[in-house]
Design a protein around this ligand. Structure first.
Ligand SMILES: Nc1ncnc2c1ncn2[C@@H]1O[C@H](COP(=O)(O)OP(=O)(O)O)[C@@H](O)[C@H]1O
Ligand SMILES: [Mg+2]
Length: 204
C-alpha cells in the first residue's frame, strides 16, 4: 500500500504535540510503518535552519526563504524517500504553517508562497491535515504554563488571531484534505475523532 502523508497544524499551544505521539502510536499498533517528523526541521540541515528561524530576528523574506530551504532538504532527505518506500509520514507542521505564519501572520504575499510551494513540492500535498483550532488567548495560557517561548510563541495575541484566520481560510479552501478539530474539547474527545478518521485516510 502507498504511504500516506499526514500533517498536524494549528497555532502554538493548540494541542498538536499533545496528540502527535499518541496518533503515531495508534498507527503503529495497526501495523503501519510510520516516520514521525516536524517542521521547520526533520533533517540535520533543516534542524540547523530551525535554530535560526526560531531564535534569530530576520526580515520576513529571509524567514520565508529559509522555511522553504529547510523544507526542500526535509522533503529530499526524509519525506519523499519514506513515502516512496510505502511508509507513512506524520509531520508536526508543513506548508500550511507557512501560509498561516509568514503569510497571514507576517504579511508575506500568498502569491509568493504559492510560487515557492509550486517549485518545492508542486507534485506533493499531505493526504490529510488535522487543524487544531483554538482561541489564541486560551492557547497562550496553555503555553505559558508549559514552556519558555521561542520567537514565534513570543508574538502578541493579534498575530495569533491573524494566523488562526489564515489557517481557517486554508481549511475552507481544501475541505477534502483538512479535518478541523476544536482544541477546546477534552483530549479524549479529540482522540476519538482522530481515531475514527484514520479509517478514512486508509481508504482514500
Ligand atoms: N484538549 C486539551 N485540553 C486541555 N489542555 C490541552 C489540550 N490539548 C493540549 N493541552 C495542553 O496545552 C498545552 C499546549 O499543547 P501542545 O500540544 O504543546 O500544543 P502545540 O504542540 O500545538 O503547540 C500543553 O500543556 C497541553 O497539555
Ligand atoms: Mg508542539
Amino acid at each position: 500500500m502507498r504511504g500516506r502523508f499526514v500533517t498536524f497544524e494549528g497555532i502554538d499551544g493548540a494541542g498538536k504535540s499533545t496528540h502527535l505521539d499518541w496518533f503515531v502510536g495508534t498507527l503503529r499498533r495497526r501495523g503501519l510503518d510510520v516516520v514521525q517528523t516536524r517542521e521547520p526541521g526533520g533533517s540535520p540541515l533543516a534542524e540547523s535552519l530551525r535554530e535560526l528561524l526560531l531564535h534569530r530576528e530576520m526580515p520576513i523574506d529571509t524567514e520565508l526563504l529559509l522555511m522553504f530551504a529547510a523544507r526542500r532538504d526535509h522533503l529530499d532527505r526524509l519525506i519523499r524517500p519514506t513515502l516512496a518506500d510505502g511508509r507513512w509520514v506524520v509531520c508536526d507542521r508543513f506548508t500550511d504553517s507557512t501560509y498561516a505564519y509568514q503569510g497571514a501572520g507576517r504579511g508575506a504575499s500568498s502569491e509568493r508562497i504559492e510560487w515557492l510551494e509550486a517549485w518545492i513540492h508542486g507534485d506533493l500535498q499531505p493526504d490529510r491535515t488535522y487543524l487544531f483550532d483554538l482561541d489564541p488567548a486560551l492557547a497562550a495560557r496553555r503555553r505559558s504554563s508549559a514552556r519558555a517561548p521561542d520567537r514565534f510563541e513570543a508574538e502578541e495575541l493579534a498575530f495569533f488571531e491573524r494566523v488562526r484566520a489564515g489557517y481557517r481560510l486554508r481549511a475552507q479552501a481544501d475541505p477534502e484534505r483538512f479535518v478541523v478539530l476544536d482544541g477546546e474539547r477534552p483530549i479524549p474527545e479529540i482522540r476519538v475523532i482522530l481515531e475514527q478518521d484514520i479509517a478514512t485516510i486508509w481508504n482514500t
